[in-house]
Design a protein around this ligand. Sequence first.
Ligand SMILES: Nc1nc2c(ncn2[C@@H]2O[C@H](COP(=O)(O)OP(=O)(O)OP(=O)(O)O)[C@@H](O)[C@H]2O)c(=O)[nH]1
Length: 516
Amino acid sequence: MLKRLPITFWATVFVTLVCVSLVGLDFWRSWNARAVLLEQTERSATNLARAMSQHADDTIKSADTSLNDLEERIETDGMGPDRVDRLHRVMQDQVRALPQLDGLYAYDASGRWIVNSLAGFDPKANNADREYFRFHREHRDEGPHIGLPVVSRSSGKWVIPVSRRIDLPDGRFGGVVLATIDIDYFRRFYASFDIGINGAVALLSNQGVMLVRRPFRAQGIGASIVDTPLYRAYAHAATTGIGMFRSTQDGELRLNSYRPLQHYPLFVTAALSKEEALAHWRRDTLLHSLGVLLLAGLLALFGQRLIAQMRRRLEVERELRDARDALAGLNATLEKMALQDGLTGLANRRQLDVSLANEFSRAVRQGSSLALALIDVDHFKRFNDRYGHGAGDECLRAVSQAIRQQTPRRPGDLAARYGGEELAILLPNTDLAGAHAVAERMRDAVEVLQIAHEDSPAGIVTISAGVAVLVPRRGVDNITNLLDAADRALYAAKLAGRNRVAAGEPPDPSRPLSQP
Ligand SMILES: Nc1nc2c(ncn2[C@@H]2O[C@H](COP(=O)(O)OP(=O)(O)OP(=O)(O)O)[C@@H](O)[C@H]2O)c(=O)[nH]1
């Protein structure tokens, strides 16, 4: 079944396979490169989040360490006028030592400013309204409290308040120590990251409040992100994670890595723009794919032309084969025509001569007999004269057909037109009796035709035949001997009254002829 499909079909399959494989392999390679790129981006975002989380933890930790120290000093020594100077110096030293600190403050139980790291302040200032102050007044919690970002009353900067409660010796609320962390400190740190043009990083509280974000927007500080997919994912996992989210702020699709701080109820997120991460890959893939498509297109075009040429060549070959077959048929017809008599359909004289020569040689070689019968239509001249030459032709055709039907079908047997209205029957391997019988059957067959011939004594068309047989000897007998013998026999048949068969005399009186 497969073998029967033409070569052009397989060539088309091959070219198609090559083109499809080329495009398929390129697609697969590009898709893999994309996955690798996203994996790298994911790794970068995760590393960034880890660094940010560590940094925020360290920043708050050192501020809290200062607070812890101040809390201890105040709880031990109190905040009397004799201690305030000392505390002020300690606070100033700490603020100088820690760049993240905007200021350190201590408030009494009524929220009044007692001492801080500033050079001077209004003694009537009161922070009892601040959220962190109210928190500590109402909670006996011993740990630090990270408040919501506020604009500092003293420096006017956005700060993150980190505070601790001061307990009086009897455990009652004695005030608050506060460290304010400059948001600008985080901003400067976050600005040093290479996160592309559309990347974003942020520090947020576990309650979903934005503390710092890059890109920085003042109105974004303190904003709630509880309705964002990022916060939902973080709140759900409450641990490190990664996800592709579309920003509700700028609509950018980013790969977000989020991570909680180790010691404080905050978390960070590092988000890298998917568009940016894949921008180079997109450009590269576009160029690459165009190249591959062009190559596949050229290959397909070239292949198609090649296949078209193959198809044309096969067609030409088939046409040549058809022409050759037609020529062979024509040759066969011509050959037949060259060996056939046009009027009677019997073999012509040329074929008779060739066959006679061949059979004579064979008979010499094999020492076999060769019989020949010469047949002549009786009074044919008269027939022509009476009925016309056309009718004569028709009569000859009918007589020939009757004779052909009576000619034996053995190999070598041949009925031929010898010339004019005379026919010859060649019968190899036949003795005189056999040849005589064949001629007699032919004579009878013509008689049965009952073709009217009013100028013949018989009243119908008849034939006379002379048969002769020879077992030819090499170098002694020849074809003429046989022809002459048959001719003589025919002459004898005519003489004897026509419409009969006569056997010829042997050409050599020393060789007897077998009698019918
Ligand atoms: N119509 C026609 N006549 C032919 C053809 N070939 C030979 N003849 C004629 O056949 C006749 C032969 O005549 P003859 O040889 O005198 O002998 P015959 O009239 O047959 O008389 P017998 O042979 O003695 O019986 C001639 O008139 C030829 O013209 C042919 O192909 N067609």
